[in-house]
Design a protein around this ligand. Structure first.
Ligand code: FPP
Length: 253
């Protein structure tokens, strides 16, 4: 607990926590521009904030965190900005090995990873090997990720299983399909947070967010400190979730 001290009073009891939090970390560029700095310094500040928030989620007992680090559309940004984000990822991957072992976190990288530079894929493979032995919070870093691409890739894997006789199309339903998504074995996100003031989900976890509670804040991502996450979790705890039914559905104990 060296970074964050005591658990904050605003946090609800554990059974009212979201099990899985998804975050669209928006506003890095504006945060930098407001300070007369180049956009890539906004992404550096954003990467630091991601580190802090993921560590904090592990400490307070969130089971899974998924963050949107780079979308299938972000390749269309200026080349130096794309390279800047990839370099931050390289740095993060290099520094994560030791930290992961100490914190027991399971780091996963979701998206079309084949399109990433080879050195990054090698670093990811090293982290995968460490994460496989851990048992703590699952942190999904979504990179070259798109919600539609996720669904298309799942359909391809499913079709391959059908062709191999391992899946039966006549038995296909939503529960049978979900495991083919990148998030396969995880519960759907309960809470989807977007920082930076926009109110859209921008192709993030489309299938998985069907019943997520959506939390939008004007706070720019580099300023989204643990106290801001506390507020989002407290808001989540006040929601009555009905999943299309007439009555509130209470979380399973
Ligand atoms: C959106 O802000 C943010 C991104 C496209 C990149 C997010 C990347 C990081 C937080 C850093 C890298 C992550 C890791 C895991 C090392 P924006 O640039 O669209 O901001 P703007 O809307 O203000 O322009």
């Amino acid at each position: 607990m060296k970074l964050f001290g005591k658990r904050r009073d605003i946090l609800p009891d554990k059974e009212k926590f979201p099990r899985h939090i998804a975050i669209i970390m928006d506003g890095n560029g504006r945060w930098a521009s407001k300070r007369g700095m180049p956009r890539k310094l906004g992404h550096s500040a954003g990467a630091e904030r991601f580190r802090e928030i993921s560590e904090y989620c592990g400490e307070i007992g969130v089971e899974a965190l998924s963050v949107f680090a780079f979308s299938t559309e972000n390749w269309n940004r200026p080349a130096d900005e794309v390279e800047g984000i990839l370099n931050l990822l390289r740095k993060y991957l290099d520094e994560s090995c030791e930290k992961l072992a100490a914190k027991n976190a399971r780091l996963r990288f979701l998206g079309r990873l084949d399109a990433l530079p080879e050195d990054i894929r090698e670093k990811i493979a090293r982290i995968d090997a460490i994460s496989a032995k851990q048992t703590g919070i699952i942190v999904n870093v979504c990179i070259n990720y798109g919600g539609r691409a996720d669904i298309v890739d799942a359909v391809k894997r499913y079709a391959a299983d059908c062709a191999a006789g391992k899946a039966d199309p006549a038995a296909l339903d939503e529960a049978a399909f979900s495991p083919y998504l990148y998030t396969g074995d995880l519960p759907d996100p309960d809470l989807l947070i977007r920082t930076g003031g926009e109110m859209r989900i921008s192709n993030f976890l489309l299938w998985q967010s069907a019943y997520a509670e959506l939390y939008f804040t004007d706070t720019l991502w580099p300023e989204f400190k643990p106290a801001e996450l506390d507020k989002a979790i407290a808001w989540f705890a006040s929601r009555k979730r009905r999943f299309g039914r007439a009555e509130e559905v209470k979380p399973a104990k």
